[in-house]
Design a protein around this ligand. Structure first.
Ligand code: ZN
Length: 232
């Protein structure tokens, strides 16, 4: 209980973390990561009370966001791809495992032994591949339009970052962008390409972004609201 509000949370013991940490997402709710040597309820509750203000603010945000997010696979029938909900259909197959996108907005997951975990692994590999092709495709187009180059590009599984651009010109993108609407992916590419000219987020930086992507504010808001729900 925080004030008059009951807050549900999950505890995730971690061998790697050295401190208590709390995070929130629409799928997982509140999760407290607890070092293996600190698993006593009293210190977790002290920690939660210390972060009461942050938690209550996040609880409001979660309630707002969750109301707008459809129940997703494996708890619901769908997963997002390029901004559209796709039905997930698991099928037994004798001839190897594969994911195929078929009409009408369906992801067909073929497995020798259909199960949630095997399907999740396969879907993740498929999303990573799709993200790689879509991102490099759009990067080529938007990079040429912007007149800037880059040294290397990688597509990664990241929880919070959507993209990054190093001072040496290495770009990296979050594979979950392929779940977002195409214009949101374009915005993140334009954003990172703009960092090839200006490394900070100064006014001049946002002018460059606005010139290439007039709807960047909507895309940025979309990522803030729905980004956390783009998970497998
Ligand atoms: Zn940036």
């Amino acid at each position: 209980m925080l004030g008059s509000q009951a807050i549900a949370y999950a505890i995730r013991p971690s061998a790697r973390s050295r401190h208590l940490r709390i995070w929130a997402s629409p799928e997982a709710g509140f999760v407290v990561t607890v070092p293996l040597w600190r698993q006593d309820t009293a210190s977790v509750e002290r920690f939660l009370r210390r972060h009461q203000r942050w938690i209550l603010r996040q609880a409001q945000w979660l309630a707002r966001v969750s109301a707008r997010i459809p129940k997703r696979w494996p708890y619901g029938p769908t997963l997002p791809y390029r901004g559209e909900e796709h039905a997930v259909v698991l099928e037994r197959s004798e001839r190897g495992a594969a994911v195929r996108r078929v009409p009408e907005r369906t992801l067909l997951v073929r497995l020798e032994r259909p199960g949630i975990e095997a399907a999740r692994r396969l879907l993740k590999r498929w999303y990573l591949g799709e993200a790689g092709s879509r991102l490099t495709e759009r990067l080529a187009v938007l990079g040429e339009a912007a007149g800037v180059g880059w040294r290397r590009v990688s597509v990664r599984d990241q929880l919070r970052r959507w993209g990054s651009c190093s001072a040496t010109g290495c770009l990296s993108f979050n594979y979950r962008l392929v779940m977002a609407p195409p214009e949101v992916m374009d915005y993140v590419i334009v954003h990172e390409l703009a960092h090839r000219r200006v490394l900070n987020h100064s006014e001049r930086f946002w002018e460059i972004v606005a010139a290439r992507c007039p709807g960047y504010r909507e895309a940025r808001d979309w990522l803030r609201s729905y980004g956390p729900s783009l998970v497998l």
